[in-house]
Design a protein around this ligand. Structure first.
Ligand code: CP
Length: 306
């Protein structure tokens, strides 16, 4: 285990101290330049075996974990629910125990149920990394968001950060609020009242009555996708109305500080939570976030398995 990070797993931001978060981010800053070398490979995890096991679709998280593992010279195996024996009725625990029997060093899991990675961490020896569990946490997304903010703003402490949209179904919002408040930022949230969870204030964020209040004078804006796949009932009239009430456009962004940055974890529903007119603004750093995802995941893999 590395100095400064003494955990065998990365299950959530909730379990991390501010010092551990800062240590991961410093490690990620050091890892980032490897992706810009001609030969994008270092031997840190040579001989290690890393399995990604995704029960839900993913473009960014899964690809960047695999790229991160390969840049650290680990051997990678990718499993998806649809091509595994889960479709024959094998349980999550049996699946994990069978994978463990092949001696992997790290199991990266995305699962629709909150707590699935925590459950596996209790039952297998490999390091477990949470790549998103239901509506609970997405710790590496929060870490890459933090790295992206630090790059543009020099730090997190004292910043005003607005998170706008479907907070209730968002594991990103939960992990972001936990991380930003641990590092000393003030977090405001806004969205349809039906999509604001009761725990938002408990986590330390301020629930704003309208989007304008949330955006006024902030340093950072994070827009969230409406997670239609998780909506069990109708919680707002329709996407057109949502875009009118809560979509971000140039006019609304003019309420923020002049140098405020705009972020989104992806995938973006252009025309719903973000107006396409702000896609190419200098302050829109969505693709920088994706680049930083590789650096953060290299850091996390090196720290839990290096
Ligand atoms: N941000 C994020 O988790 O994207 P994917 O679902 O594509 O991994």
């Amino acid at each position: 285990m590395a100095e400064g990070f003494n955990k065998s797993h990365l299950l959530g931001i909730e379990e991390l101290s501010a010092a551990e978060i800062k240590f991961i981010l410093k490690t990620a800053e050091a890892m980032k330049e490897i992706s810009f070398r001609e030969i994008k490979k270092v031997p840190t995890l040579r001989g290690k075996t890393i399995i990604t096991f995704f029960y839900e679709p993913s473009t960014r998280t899964r690809t960047s974990f695999e790229i991160a593992a390969k840049r650290l010279s680990a051997d990678t195996i990718n499993i998806s629910a649809s091509t595994s024996s889960l479709v024959k009725g094998e349980s999550l625990l049996d699946t994990a125990k069978n994978l463990q029997a092949m001696q992997p060093d790290v199991l990266i899991i995305r699962h629709p149920h909150a707590g699935a990675p925590h459950f596996l961490a209790k039952h297998i020896e490999a390091a477990v990394i949470n790549a998103g569990d239901g509506m609970h946490e997405h710790p590496t997304q929060a870490l890459l968001d933090a790295l992206s903010i630090i790059e543009k703003k020099g730090g997190i402490e004292g910043l005003e950060i607005a998170i706008i949209g479907d907070i209730a179904h968002s594991r990103v919002a939960r992990s972001d609020i936990l991380l930003f408040t641990k590092l000393g930022a003030n977090v405001r949230i806004a969205g349809p009242l039906t999509l604001i969870p009761p725990y938002a204030e408990v986590l330390g964020s301020k629930v704003c009555e309208c989007i304008e209040e949330a955006l006024e004078g902030v340093d950072v804006v994070i827009a969230l996708r409406v997670q239609r796949e998780r909506l069990k009932q109708v919680l707002f009239p329709d996407l057109r109305e949502y875009a009118i009430m809560f979509g971000l456009n140039r006019k609304r962004l003019s309420l923020t500080k002049k140098d405020a940055i705009l972020m989104h974890p992806g995938p973006v529903n252009w025309g719903v939570e973000l107006d396409p007119e702000i896609m190419n603004m200098d302050r829109t750093i969505i693709l920088d976030q994706v680049t930083n995802g590789v650096a953060v995941r290299m850091a996390v893999l090196a720290l839990v398995a290096g």
